[in-house]
Write a protein that binds this ligand. Structure first.
Ligand code: CTP
Length: 365
């Protein structure tokens, strides 16, 4: 079924492990189909049963969806095999999924009931990014040269960057994107800072590698937004070669992760690194007339942050995330359970073979 559904609540569910721009692109496309978007996240136990162990636990995976600007509600413990009654409980009329076939442990299509009821909508799956690919980079220490993207190459992805810069409604312009050029930062995508008359104001500036977009980053951005509720957050993302260590994600992937995050108002791609000179002074001069004043924030991140999810159909603040989810923790987790993840990779590749055969069979019939 295709089309746009006004006044609708749509449902999208998944594992959302190692949240990447394939997931956020599916979420964005779903948001553009309807009004409200509810995201269901599968439990660790169900993912282990049907697919193999997830790298991130349920609360970490929910956090990624909670901080995505196009998501209205997050529901943990969504069943892996899609259940119409469960979706209806959350007042949603359609489920949205990427155009890949998702199968359960027995090889059956997880969305067969929704398809039979005509309550299934499909969006384009994003090629070239997957949890499997990211695990491969970590498990096999793939060299950066096999996946790096330079700041000049990133310009070829302008249409994708522009879509990701959209507002929480999925369509209006919102997040500004600037990219370093020989004359200083150049506006690649216009957004809320582009109205120079209305928005001459101060901004908070945070820069970094953002190597894997983890719970630590999300919690820090939330804490920053809460500490300075009236100030927009501008984020600098270093190019692959300027990162302090080999980034797991390339410049495009790291930029898209920041763009989809609801706390980020503007992204500067490849800013000068703070180590050699006064970045704030430089930004102040270069953004003259657009942003009056930049400051590095002083705020504290609590060890435990509280995020709102929907539990038993009621919004609740009781979902707590421990601040122990930095890139190093994730990497250590993968290394310490290497064999289990290698087995998961094998299973996924075998499954892909079967799923592709199923897709070909559908096309042929
Ligand atoms: N999705 C997508 N493009 C990708 C990966 C996922 O459009 N490259 C979509 C899926 O089709 C689904 C949603 O994102 O609608 C959530 O997917 P999820 O169950 O989390 O992941 P997988 O499909 O298993 O993909 P991955 O192995 O990358 O996690």
């Amino acid at each position: 079924m295709t089309g746009t559904f006004h006044n609708s609540r749509l449902w999208l569910d998944g594992c959302l492990d190692f949240f990447h721009y394939g997931h956020s692109n599916a979420i964005l496309q779903a948001k553009q189909l309807g009004d409200q978007l509810v995201v269901g996240v599968h439990s660790d136990e169900e993912i282990t049963l049907h697919k193999g162990p997830p790298v991130q636990n349920l609360s970490e995976r929910c956090l990624a969806a909670i901080t995505c600007k196009w998501v209205n509600e997050v529901v943990p413990y969504a069943p892996y095999v899609f259940d119409l009654a469960w979706m209806r409980k959350y007042d949603c009329q359609f489920v949205v999924h990427g155009d890949d076939i998702s199968t359960d442990a027995e090889g059956n299509d997880c969305y067969r009931h929704a398809k039979a009821a005509n309550q299934y909508l499909e969006v384009k799956r994003t090629q070239g990014v997957s949890t499997t690919e990211l695990l491969d980079r970590l498990l096999n220490s793939l060299p950066l040269s096999t996946y790096t993207i330079s700041p000049s190459n990133i310009r070829t992805y302008e249409p994708l960057l522009k879509r990701f810069a959209s507002a929480p409604n999925g369509t209006d312009p919102y997040t500004n994107i600037f990219i370093q050029s020989s004359n200083g930062p150049e506006e690649l995508v216009s957004g809320i800072f582009s109205d120079k008359v209305k928005l001459r104001k101060s901004a908070i500036y945070l820069d970094g590698d953002w190597s894997l977009f983890t719970g630590t980053h999300m919690t820090a951005l939330k804490a920053c937004a809460e500490a300075f509720p009236d100030l927009p957050i501008v984020v600098g993302v270093f190019s692959d070669d300027k990162c302090s260590e080999k980034p797991v994600l390339n410049l495009l992937e790291r930029t898209l992760n920041l763009l989809q995050c609801k706390y980020v108002s503007a992204v500067i791609i490849d800013p000068p690194s703070a180590r050699s000179f006064d970045t704030l002074k430089y930004l102040k001069a270069k953004f003259d007339g657009l942003i009056d004043n930049f400051s590095y924030p002083k705020f504290s991140v609590k060890e435990q942050a509280t995020f709102q999810v929907t539990l038993n159909r009621k919004p609740t603040d009781s979902f707590q995330i421990l601040d122990k989810q930095g890139s190093d923790t994730i990497k250590q987790r993968i290394v310490s359970r290497k064999h289990e993840y290698e087995e998961r990779q094998r299973r996924k590749l075998n499954k892909n073979g079967t799923e592709n055969t199923t897709i070909r069979a559908c096309v042929a019939s």
